[in-house]
Design a protein around this ligand. Structure first.
Ligand SMILES: NC(=O)c1ccc[n+]([C@@H]2O[C@H](COP(=O)([O-])OP(=O)(O)OC[C@H]3O[C@@H](n4cnc5c(N)ncnc54)[C@H](O)[C@@H]3O)[C@@H](O)[C@H]2O)c1
Length: 330
């Protein structure tokens, strides 16, 4: 029997997951729910399944639910899905403050269902190359420089509004914070200088991260850079080696003088593959089948919220802030 999947939030990312899941014979796209009913109807006629009249209705007919609604709704919708005993895939960010992140993490762990957070970058081919190099000891990171810019805060139309996004760090750079912990482990302390250039929120951050391993990374993230390519980049330096990503298009590897640089180029792969969406969805269905655990857990989602809150506190206070001290206050 295929797993019956519901999608809540029939917007941009809901459409991406629906297009990918529609090609997986192990699932049936059962129903869609959106507060704007026509969006759910459009999605149902495009991918099959039906438009549900309410979240409750969707929950009665599905085994697993993709939560693809705006940031501020994630905790409440995920809570409703968990209370119905259904498996959850919830888009990033996991939550928008430490208190609700702690509550949701504990609730998800206790529930015993599959809970996966949509940190798709982990499954982008460029980042898989980097992760594999670190895990195999081919690269021992000694220093890191990274950036993730946005072109503007115009599309989607709510993205400029911090009361809806949770703040700029929860919108775009949230992916970088997940990758930072995925690659390099837990952060010990951060020092952040931040400014505001528009919309009354901090939108320009210079961040120094000191990991528990002793590794230091610098990260720049700015909201209004135009979409000049690449707006996302990691440079990871080992002893006489550099791994450098260029957006999610390619990664180059240089291992010292008098060697050649090797470049892995994914430019011609589909956007769904390059950005990691296909693999994250396949692994979620694998988890439903009991083949492997969810690859991005509620704990992982919580860790990102903790790191972002640590950065905001440092930016506000203008001081070095210890991540464990922030977690203890939650
Ligand atoms: N992982 C990624 O790469 C990625 C990419 C884009 C968006 N996202 C995340 O996905 C979420 C949605 O983003 P989007 O770009 O698809 O936004 P969107 O505005 O295109 O779609 C959101 C949809 O949710 C609906 N909605 C709002 N509140 C609802 C509710 N309570 N119940 C049901 N439907 C509701 C809206 O009507 C809209 O159709 C955001 O949290 C965003 O951060 C993740």
């Amino acid at each position: 029997m295929p797993h019956k999947i519901g999608i809540v939030g029939a917007g941009g990312i809901g459409g991406i997951h629906a297009a990918i899941l529609a090609k997986d014979s192990r699932v049936k796209l059962q129903s869609f729910f959106d507060v704007e009913a026509t969006r759910a109807q459009t999605m149902a006629s495009r991918f099959g399944g039906r438009a549900a009249g309410s979240l409750e209705e969707l929950l009665t007919e599905c085994d697993a639910v993709f939560v693809c609604t705006p940031n501020t709704t994630h905790v409440q919708v995920a809570k409703d899905v968990l209370e119905a005993g259904k498996h959850v895939f919830c888009e990033k960010p996991f939550a928008l403050d430490l208190e609700s992140a702690t509550w949701l993490r504990d609730r998800a762990v206790r529930s015993g269902v599959v809970y996966q957070v949509g940190h798709n970058r982990r499954f982008a081919p460029v980042y898989k190359v980097l992760k594999q190099a670190i895990d195999s000891d081919e690269l021992r990171p000694l220093s890191v420089h990274a950036k993730m810019n946005r072109g503007e805060l115009v599309n989607p139309p709510w993205v400029w509004n911090a009361s809806l996004t949770g703040g700029f760090l929860y919108e775009t750079p949230v992916h970088m914070f997940d990758l930072m912990t995925f690659f390099f482990g837990k952060v010990d302390w951060v020092e952040v200088a931040a400014r505001s250039h528009g919309h009354g929120e901090l939108d320009d951050f210079s961040i120094l991260l000191n990991f528990q391993s002793g590794l230091q990374a610098t990260m720049k993230t700015y909201a209004h850079a135009s979409w000049h390519f690449p707006f996302e980049r990691f440079e990871v330096y080992g002893m006489h080696s550099t791994y450098e990503t260029f957006e999610m298009e390619r990664i180059s590897v240089t291992n010292g003088l008098e060697t050649r640089t090797t470049t892995f180029d994914y430019a011609l792969a589909s956007m769904h593959e390059k950005w990691g969406y296909i693999e994250e969805d396949r692994l979620f269905v694998d988890a439903l089948e009991g083949k492997s655990p969810a690859p991005v857990t509620a704990d992982d989602g919580y860790n990102v919220v903790e790191l972002i809150e640590t950065c905001y506190q440092s930016a506000r206070e203008g001081t070095r802030v210890n991540a464990r001290a922030v977690a203890r206050k939650a």
